[in-house]
Design a binder for this molecule. Structure first.
Ligand code: KG4
Ligand code: ZN
Length: 337
C-alpha cells in the first residue's frame, strides 16, 4: 500500500529531525545534530537546544522536501512530536509544523514521542505486527510495553528512577568519556571484559521494573576505592562491565514480559537500542526462544522525524482526523492527558 505522504518533525530534545515518508517507505530523513553545542556542558542545555532547533528547522525542511523529490502541495499531512520532551524544543517544532500545516491547508497530527519509538521498527520490517512486547529505552524513558494492537498499549513496567540512556550518559560523564554517553560507553567497551567488575542488577523481585541509580552509586564508589588504592582498572573493562549490568537488566525484564504474555514478537526502540551489546544479547535470547525480534537499524532507534511520521500514517489509514490547529492543542501535553 503506498501513501499517504507525510512530513514528520521531531524536536523533543537535541536533534532536529525532518522526514518525508510515503506509507511506511522513507523518501528522506534528515537530522541536524546539536551534539557539538552541548558537549562542552556535558549534557543537553534546553535553551541552547531550542535556539538550535530554530536555526535548523527551516533549511532542514527545505532539504527534506527537495531530497524526497516532492512539492509541498503533494504532502497529505504533517506530523510533529507534541511530547514528552523539553518544552522549549517542543514548542519550536510544534509551532513550525502547525504554521506549515496551516499555510498548506493540510491536517496536523501531534504525536507522542514514545509512540514514535514504538512504531519505528515498522519502517524497517513489513511483518512487524502485534501482539508484541516492546522495550523502549531512551535518554528520558525506559519502559516495557505490551502492544496488544496498534494504539492499544499496556505499560507493564519501567524505570523507577533514571532512564537507561540517562544512566549511560551520567556514568560516561563521570568517567570523562564525553557526551552523549551511550555511544561513548558502547565504543569504549569494545575489547573490554564485561565480567571484569560485577556491578549490581537492581530490582530482581520486580519482573518488569528497572532502577539504575544504585548502579551509578556503585560505579562511583568502585572507582573512588580503586583510585585510593592506586589500582586503577582498565577503562574498557569498566565500560564493558557497566554496559553489561544495564543490558542484563533490560534483556531479562523484556523476556520476563515475553514469558508472561506469551507473545512471539519482540520490538525495540529508543536511542539505547542502538547499543551493540544490547542488540546482540536481544538477538541471541530471541533466537534461543524462537521469537521474532524487530529492532530497527541504529539510525531509526535514535530520535528521527520518520518514526513520528509513521504514527501519523497509521492514524490516517485508520481514519483518525488531524488535530484542531485553530483550537487549543497544547504542545507538551501527553497522549493520555
Ligand atoms: O531516543 P533518543 O535518541 O532520545 C531520547 O528520546 O532521549 O535516546 C538518546 C539516548 C541517550 O541517553 C544516549 O546516550 C543513548 O540514547 N544512546 C545509546 C547509544 N546510542 C544512543 N546508549 C547506549 N549505546 C548506544 N550505542
Ligand atoms: Zn527519543
Amino acid at each position: 500500500m503506498s501513501g499517504p505522504l507525510v512530513l514528520g518533525f521531531e524536536t523533543s530534545c537535541d536533534e532536529t529531525g525532518v522526514a518525508v515518508i510515503e506509507g511506511l517507505t522513507i523518501r528522506s530523513s534528515l537530522l541536524a545534530s546539536q551534539v557539538d553545542d552541548h558537549a562542552r556542558f556535558g549534557g543537553v542545555v534546553p535553551e541552547v537546544a531550542a535556539r538550535a532547533h530554530v536555526e535548523a528547522i527551516r533549511p532542514l525542511t527545505h532539504q527534506a522536501i527537495t531530497q524526497a523529490g516532492i512539492h509541498p502541495n503533494d504532502i497529505d499531512a504533517i506530523a510533529v512530536t507534541r511530547g514528552p520532551g523539553l518544552i522549549g524544543p517542543l514548542m519550536v517544532g510544534y509551532s513550525f509544523a502547525k504554521s506549515f500545516a496551516y499555510a498548506l491547508g493540510k491536517p496536523l497530527y501531534g504525536i507522542d514521542h514514545m509512540e514514535g519509538h514504538l512504531f519505528a521498527p515498522r519502517l524497517s520490517f513489513g511483518d512487524y505486527e502485534p501482539p508484541a512486547v516492546v522495550i523502549l529505552a531512551s535518554g528520558g524513558h525506559s519502559q516495557i510495553v505490551h502492544v496488544k494492537a496498534w494504539g492499544d498499549y499496556e505499560v507493564l513496567g519501567g524505570t523507577i528512577d533514571d532512564a537507561a540512556g540517562e544512566a549511560f550518559d551520567k556514568l560516561a560523564r563521570f568517567m570523562g568519556l564525553g557526551f552523549p554517553g551511550g555511544p561513548a560507553i558502547d565504543r569504549d567497551s569494545q575489547g573490554g571484559n564485561p565480567d571484569a567488575v560485577r556491578f549490581p542488577r537492581a530490582l530482581r523481585d520486580r519482573p518488569y521494573d528497572f532502577s539504575f541509580s544504585g548502579l551509578k552509586t556503585s560505579v562511583v564508589t568502585y572507582l573512588e576505592k580503586a583510585r585510593d588504592a592506586d589500582e586503577l582498572p582498565l577503562r574498557p573493562d569498566v565500560s564493558a562491565s557497566i554496559q553489561e549490568a544495564i543490558v542484563d537488566v533490560l534483556v531479562d525484564k523484556t523476556f520476563n514480559a515475553v514469558e508472561a504474555t506469551g507473545v512471539e514478537v519482540v520490538g525495540g526502540g529508543g536511542g539505547v537500542l542502538a547499543n551493540r551489546r544490547l542488540r546482540e544479547r536481544l538477538a541471541s535470547e530471541a533466537d534461543r526462544r524462537g521469537v521474532g525480534l524487530f529492532v530497527p537499524e541504529p539510525a531509526l532507534c535514535t530520535d528521527n522525524g520518520a518514526m513520528i511520521a509513521s504514527v501519523a500514517v497509521s492514524k490516517i489509514r485508520n481514519g483518525v482526523p488531524g488535530d484542531d490547529i485553530v483550537g487549543d492543542v497544547t504542545p507538551g501535553r501527553r497522549l493520555d492527558a
